[in-house]
Design a protein around this ligand. Sequence first.
Ligand code: ATP
Ligand code: MG
Length: 137
Amino acid sequence: LERTFSIIKPDATRRNLTGAINAKFEAAGLRIVAQKRIHLTKAQAGVFYAVHAERPFYDELCEFMASEPIVCQVLEGEGAIAKNREVMGATNPADAAAGTIRAEFAESVGENSVHGSDAPDTAAIEIAYFFSGLELV
Ligand code: ATP
Ligand code: MG
């Protein structure tokens, strides 16, 4: 079974949407195999989003991700990476398909409620950045 890394972002934790978002993951056949609430520093958010360092929204994105606690997770299932991105919906909620997390909950293209890994190599890197081997069973 494949594993992917997920974040429930500050706009969603602030509005108590963790349970509603987790219900969508589980309904899609994604098992939550690890989960914890943490508060990133801006520097830690910057490392996580380093691939976007040259993008105009990078500073704003790092500020946002460090603004309040997040819930980080490992999701497991068949084709978990693609399935999770399907359940999340498009980055911009205006483009997200009906019934997806971002269509229902996201506030804007930046404050879009969830993150999900985009490929097996990034999933492995992101899981290892947030979880130790002892936290993963
Ligand atoms: P994520 O990586 O968070 O799962 P994604 O893969 O759909 O989302 P990316 O293109 O990787 O989208 O962008 C990473 C994040 O940067 C987005 O989720 C969003 O929070 C923010 N972002 C992307 N584009 C913009 C933009 N035009 N303006 C502001 N923020 C943006
Ligand atoms: Mg991405």
